[in-house]
Design a protein around this ligand. Structure first.
Ligand SMILES: Nc1nc2c(c(=O)[nH]1)N[C@H]1C(S)=C(S)[C@@H](COP(=O)(O)O)O[C@H]1N2
Ligand SMILES: [Mo]
Length: 402
């Protein structure tokens, strides 16, 4: 058996490179029960926090979000549902892969990726992709589902063609109700439903939605949807279908497991219910709520008394854009406004910084809280729902002043 080495959160946050040596796996400890995870290297990826091997589910170490506003492709998180995912690379090659657009359209289309790129105008958007269950492992009481920390998110510059242009070229019919999206990955047996998602027909014509072929100037990595994925800015990752090969325009509302009962939230402005209870009515999950993170300091970081520290972090929301980030070193008794860096796009991460001079030795809990341009902010107490979706509580970071 290989030697196992523990890499603490603070060490990883400080940028200590995790390397693989033979059978040894570096371990990372997430801040919740049963939170020991291996750091594992996959094709086109640096070592990432592995939640499951079948299918691959990989989380980004929080330190990555301190390196740059755009999350590098090799550090971008990976989420799949079906044990047989991802589809084999042979099925995704130029010669084999096609996108079909069918259903309630005047002119069904069959397109190679190269045709898609030459026939339609190219468009770009900087946008955050975030899993609905980002931070689920931090829910109290615990909820079933992938126990992720807050690394099931990332921000990239996506490039491709507009979904609206493709639907118009196919002649989407007036009575269309929804548009269905299916990726190349298939369930291993007949008992698990295929992973397909729908958008409402009018929403599908939103010019911000892309059929993306590139991410941060490179072809999509295999595990992030090569050669084509849906990008739905401001909306949870569940809609961002990877290896997208089939678009079906529907005249009737779709009934399917991954739309109902899965990926639904309490029909309430804050998408929450009393811990342990069930919502009376649910709706499909849609846009991100407001979140912010301190990225330059991790739990356990040590700072020097009286020495000015530049605290840095990120914030984002569902597309209204961030208006303000405030910072507290005394659990909300006093707040100070952080400086916002220029916006790289209203759907992207927004950088904030602030000078902080620690006074008094000992442990200190730091808070950051963002507000968007609609006046929506983050709760100080976590909001609970049975699926562990949409966590956006102010995340405390406990540091030590020495
Ligand atoms: N084909 C396919 N696309 C998919 C999924 C999947 O299981 N299969 N999972 C979705 C979910 S729930 C998320 S959060 C995002 C994650 O995107 P990423 O793996 O590129 O980070 O992919 C989405 N697209
Ligand atoms: Mo997800």
């Amino acid at each position: 058996m290989g030697r196992r080495r523990f890499v603490g959160m603070a060490a990883v946050a400080a940028g200590v490179a995790a390397t693989s040596h033979g059978f040894a796996a570096d371990l990372i400890e997430m801040p919740f029960e049963n939170g020991t995870r291996e750091l594992v290297r996959y094709p086109q990826k640096r070592p990432l926090i592995r939640l499951t091997a079948r299918p691959p589910q990989l989380e980004t170490p929080m330190s990555v979000f301190n390196e740059s506003l755009l999350t590098p492709n090799d550090a971008f998180f990976v989420r799949y549902h079906l044990a047989g995912s991802p589809p084999a690379q042979e099925l995704l090659s130029d010669g084999v892969f096609t996108l079909s657009v069918a259903g309630s359209v005047e002119r069904p289309l069959e397109l190679k990726v190269a045709e898609l790129k030459s026939r339609f105008e190219v468009s770009e958007v900087v946008a955050v992709n975030q899993c609905s269950g980002n931070g689920r492992g931090l829910f109290v009481p615990r909820v079933p589902g992938g126990q992720s920390g807050n690394g099931a998110m990332g921000c990239a510059r996506w490039r491709g063609v507009r979904l609206a242009d493709v639907l118009k070229a196919a002649g989407m019919k007036a009575g269309a109700k929804q548009v269905l999206f299916d990726g190349m990955d298939k369930p291993p047996t007949g008992t698990i439903p295929d992973f397909v998602k729908v958008l409402e027909a009018d929403q599908a014509l939103d010019p911000d939605i892309l059929l993306a072929t590139e991410m941060n100037g490179e072809p999509l990595p295999w595990l992030n949807g090569f050669p084509l994925r849906l990008v739905v800015p401001g909306h949870y990752g569940t809609y961002w279908i990877k290896h997208l090969h089939r678009i079906m325009v529907l005249d009737e509302a779709f009934q399917g497991y991954w739309m109902d009962p899965a990926y639904r939230i309490p029909d309430d402005p804050c998408a929450h219910v009393a811990p342990g209870s069930k919502p009376r009515r649910t709706v499909p999950i849609s846009r991100f709520n407001v979140r912010s993170f301190i990225t330059s300091l991790a739990a356990g970081s040590v700072v020097r008394e009286g020495e000015m520290v530049r605290v840095r972090g990120i914030a984002f929301d569902g597309g209204a854009g961030i208006r303000e980030v405030v910072f507290s070193e005394d659990e909300g008794r006093n707040w100070r406004r952080a400086e916002l860096s220029p916006e790289i796009g209203r759907f992207g991460f927004r950088e904030w910084t602030l000078g902080w001079k620690p006074v008094g030795k000992g442990e200190r809990i730091l808070w950051a809280r963002a507000t968007n341009r609609l006046g929506e902010s983050q709760p100080l107490e976590p909001l609970w729902n049975p699926a562990g979706y949409m966590r956006n509580v102010v995340e405390p970071v406990k540091v030590r002043i020495s």
